[in-house]
Write a protein that binds this ligand. Structure first.
Ligand code: PLP
Ligand code: COI
Length: 341
């Protein structure tokens, strides 16, 4: 299939409508067969559960063109599993894992002309999501739901690509101690909008959220997990029940141990420790690995030794290995890559 004529190298992280999307409806306790449609507009009740009580969950993953020219998708089974956890927490029906993966593959295949060519730095972002579509006015789950998957070609999440970021320690919380921080619910992102707009106005790229119970531990940002490297090259990733279990982070932990022979610690990370790390980064599907150069807490600056010019050396090795696996330059662990035939 011929690729669309798009300026792939200069894409930002935005929405570009592509040709097809997948839609399946849940009514009377069952999901219908679902299928692809060209219709990009959603029509639902004015009183739909998603509009009144924010009953919506989503996922994010990417399709890549490999060095050999194949279209591949990175670990869609893990997105299906995470969406199942999100659905259960918001009292929504589960969209079965095999059907989720199939819907993602079909949507990517139908939009193959929008999968950016190898070497352009762009990728096809895939957004599966589900929402309560039937009317609810008393506070309760909807009875009907829609599951959809759309795609959009994207470039880097942060303007300027892989330049080190400046992060603000937020005074707002993103999650509650026994809340929904560990699932991918739209409500968590609505919660973070005021905080991110405020941080951007003040000149920061992103927020660092602290644990909502004690405000002494590092949690995550609005759209990515943290990753740190110690002076003796140990990789440290925060562990918390209120952060999203990032598929990128879990993949990097494996890559660090099994490909790079690094020691990894998954544990609580005190904010007071941050000043002692040698490198810091954000990891996620959209963020890939974005280096962090500076963290600012009420005017007090922590300058990460890797600096404001480049990624730290261990972060760079992790980045090269992960993206090498995703683009087919490095052999992937079994089951990580789904080829779109
Ligand atoms: N944390 C938050 C809040 C996110 O929105 C995301 C993005 O999905 C991540 C972490 C990274 O998760 P993943 O690596 O699965 O994309
Ligand atoms: C992703 O990385 O897939 C996300 O969902 C992050 C989002 C803030 C764009």
């Amino acid at each position: 299939m011929d690729k669309k004529s798009i300026d792939w190298e200069n894409l930002g992280f935005g929405y570009i409508e592509t040709e097809k999307r997948f839609v399946s409806n849940y009514r009377n306790g069952v999901w219908d067969e679902g299928g692809l449609t060209g219709e990009a507009t959603v029509t639902i009740s004015e009183c739909a559960g998603v509009l009144q009580y924010a009953q919506t969950i989503f996922e994010g993953l990417k399709a890549y063109t490999t060095e050999k020219g194949e279209t591949v998708i990175f670990r869609p089974d893990l997105n299906a599993e995470r969406m199942e956890q999100s659905a259960l927490r918001l009292e929504m029906p589960v969209y079965p894992k095999d059907r989720f993966v199939d819907a993602v593959v079909r949507t990517v295949r139908a939009n193959n002309a929008y999968v950016p060519p190898y070497g352009t730095g762009a990728t096809l972002y895939v957004r599966p999501y589900m929402f309560g579509s039937s009317a609810v006015i008393g506070v309760k789950p909807a009875e009907e739901y829609q599951f959809r998957v759309f795609t959009t070609p994207v470039g880097p999440y942060f303007k300027g690509g892989a330049r080190p970021l400046t992060i603000k320690v937020s005074d707002f919380d993103r999650a509650a101690p026994n809340g929904t921080g560990h699932i991918k619910a739209g409500l968590n992102y609505a919660m973070s909008l005021h905080a991110i707009v405020t941080a951007h106005k003040e000149g920061f790229d992103e927020n660092m959220y602290l644990d909502p119970r004690t405000r002494t531990k590092v949690e995550e940002t609005g759209g990515a997990n943290f990753l740190f490297v110690t002076k003796d090259k140990k990789v440290v990733v925060p562990k918390s029940s209120s952060i999203l279990p990032s598929i990128t982070r879990r993949s990097l932990v494996y890559v660090a141990k099994e490909y790079l022979g690094l020691e990894v610690e998954e544990r609580e990370v005190l904010f007071d420790e941050v000043k002692d790390f040698a490198e810091a980064g954000l990891c996620g599907t959209a963020a890939v690995i974005s280096p962090v150069g500076k963290i600012v807490n009420h005017g007090e600056e922590i300058c990460i030794p890797s600096g404001m010019a480049d990624m730290g050396p261990v972060t760079k090795e992790l980045y090269d290995t992960l993206t090498g696996i995703q683009m087919g330059r490095i052999e992937a662990p079994d089951g990580w890559i789904k080829v779109v035939e």
